[in-house]
Write a protein that binds this ligand. Sequence first.
Ligand SMILES: Cc1cc2nc3c(=O)[nH]c(=O)nc-3n(C[C@H](O)[C@H](O)[C@H](O)COP(=O)(O)OP(=O)(O)OC[C@H]3O[C@@H](n4cnc5c(N)ncnc54)[C@H](O)[C@@H]3O)c2cc1C
Length: 442
Amino acid sequence: MNKLTIVGAGLVGSLLSLFLSKRGHKVEIYERRKDPRRLKNSEGRSINLALSERGWAALKKVGISEEVMESAIPMYRRVMHSIDGKLSFQNYGKNGQAIYSVSRGGLNKILIEKAESNPNIKINFNHKCISADIEAGSVTFDNGLREIEVNNDAVFGTDGAFSKIRMAFQRRDGFSYSQDYIDHGYKELNIPPDALGNFKMEKEALHIWPRGGYMLIALPNPDGSFTCTLFFPLKGELSFETLDSSFKARKFMNDIFPDALNLMEDFENQWESNPTSSLVIIKCKPWNVKGKSMLLGDASHAIVPFYGQGMNSGFEDCSVFDEILEKSENLNEAFESFSNTRKPDADAISDLAMHNFIEMRDHTGQPDFLLRKKIENRFSELYPDKWIPLYSQVTFSHIPYSKALATGKKQEKIMEKIMAMPDIEKTWNNAEVYESILKYLD
Ligand SMILES: Cc1cc2nc3c(=O)[nH]c(=O)nc-3n(C[C@H](O)[C@H](O)[C@H](O)COP(=O)(O)OP(=O)(O)OC[C@H]3O[C@@H](n4cnc5c(N)ncnc54)[C@H](O)[C@@H]3O)c2cc1C
């Protein structure tokens, strides 16, 4: 049994505490924010996340998946909205497979509640980490009244993309680190329920308005509303910078996303008061200092949100680390092994997420993209052991991300050849198309 410090009671830190306590460790969590359960419902906007198989599996292991499922909304398909209001559809998986819209705040509260009811876990809110000695596993916090130093057997940095614990790693010789901002930022907007409290669009779907170069998406909330996110260039001719008034923003929305704008209320106020945020990619290694300190979740691998895998990969970090811990003699061995084996998967999902942005904004809704997916799905139905579409590998399986990325590249090359076959729009369902895929796979 060890006494362990976790910095950050976000999604990953609070889940990690449950895994560690199951292995008999005593855990102290320190969180900068106040207790989210004390916030009034009116504080903060409703923000949701897509939870998929890797995340669910981790929640199951700590026994909270059923509680989370009670308020989760399945999204079975993408609904693409073209500029003239036409809709096209694409199922995410087969036989009822879905990704789930869950409230970020609601999920965090469930995790915190579960952690706090565990006698081996203590959460200290309003404790901001201000420095750390990561070789010694000691951390200093400011709780608004004084500074306190906490010395336990080891410290886990789950304090997000701008991790204070990682900053201590950055001063160490041999630590590689990169931080990149992409050219796009985002702004959240809301579509409220109708007067009867009903959803104004198909409820059990993720809505996308792909516009080449940028896009709007919307995920459903249990109260009948949708949270929309506009991913848009931060600077340039058409950008958040140039849409510098709600008047200009309304005109733009009316030209480009007219059906979505029609469903919003109070657009001007939302545009002015909701922040424009940027998107950062963090990569680093190694994630541990011997058996004394380790980084997990966004602190070690922040990615862009376009595959809906940031939280899911952070939750999978916890499952993978737990399996390694079970087999290890001590923390040193477990930390080394986790940092070495998990890093290629974190790099792979980072690349996949960026790639999916291009696919979502430029290709979804295009006839050749939909045809390509149709052919892939058909082949996968015919030969399920030979072809799992890349999206399904990432979202509905536990295939390591690095393996999914490698297989996905191979599949892409094959599909390029198939899409170049003469009259493929007419012949796509012919046996020779599927025989060709089989041949290319050999
Ligand atoms: C627009 C957007 C959409 C997204 N959509 C999805 C999605 O659909 N699906 C998905 O899987 N992922 C999604 N993500 C990614 C997901 O939000 C993150 O991967 C996830 O929140 C990471 O969890 P974390 O616990 O590692 O970090 P965080 O959630 O950032 O939590 C870090 C915690 O540490 C605390 N903290 C920070 N600094 C200190 C300090 N100095 N001292 C003490 N405490 C500190 C913070 O207050 C916070 O509670 C999205 C991200 C964005 C930006």
